[in-house]
Write a new protein. Structure first.
Ligand SMILES: [Zn+2]
Length: 202
């Protein structure tokens, strides 16, 4: 092999390696830090959630969202009336045309992402099927949360939430699982849209 040919071959190999490195970087370009404690990072998670909810479930939002990152102390104050007080990572409130999502800061990105998808589901429910029972609302939101964690590869956390029993979240979630068994992942939202409560004889 001539020196020139060897040189050309080296250039081709190096270029191919650089191209491949760029492709790998692109695939891993999540750009979300492990712990969320900045508003801009919370917004990255929100954008990721919005895109996955749209592409995987056809969940589309027309009302604007405002994401507020709050400390544990602030969250405790906002949620002190709730029976789940001190265990709340996210909270959705709809007020005058705007979806407000309060998210606890210093939370790991997987849990933050799952919770964000959960709270956004409440925004979708207020827009598309208001007046449903709490058990149906929380059941669907938990189902979306578990799905989101599975999509992003957080299987341990997904299993943890999947197993958590609760008279509202757990029972509602089990009902949605039955709906998914019957109608498939993409069939859940169109079916739930028509309901007012869970169907205990489903
Ligand atoms: Zn909820």
């Amino acid at each position: 092999m001539k020196v020139n040919t060897l040189k050309k071959l080296m250039i081709i190999l190096v270029s191919a390696f650089i191209a491949l490195a760029f492709v790998v970087a692109e695939v891993n370009a999540d750009d979300i830090p492990t712990i969320i404690n900045k508003h801009e990072d919370a917004m990255k998670v929100f954008k990721k959630a919005k895109e996955s909810l749209r592409s995987k479930l056809g969940m589309v939002f027309h009302r604007p969202f405002e994401i507020k990152l709050v400390t544990g102390k602030e969250m405790d104050k906002i949620t002190k009336a709730s029976p789940y007080h001190k265990n709340i990572i996210g909270l959705h409130r709809y007020r005058k045309g705007v979806n407000y999502i309060y998210m606890l800061d210093d939370v790991g990105k997987d849990r933050f992402y799952g919770t964000m998808c959960h709270e956004m589901t409440h925004g979708w429910q207020d827009e598309n099927c208001p007046g449903q029972t709490r058990i149906l609302r929380e059941g669907l939101a938990r189902w979306v949360e578990v799905k989101a964690l599975q999509w992003s590869g957080a299987h341990t956390l997904a299993r943890q939430i999947h197993r958590t029993a609760d008279p509202i979240y757990g029972v509602g979630y089990k009902f949605i699982l039955k709906v998914e068994d019957k109608y498939g992942e993409k069939g859940v939202l169109p079916y739930v849209l028509k309901l007012k409560d869970i169907n205990r004889n489903f």
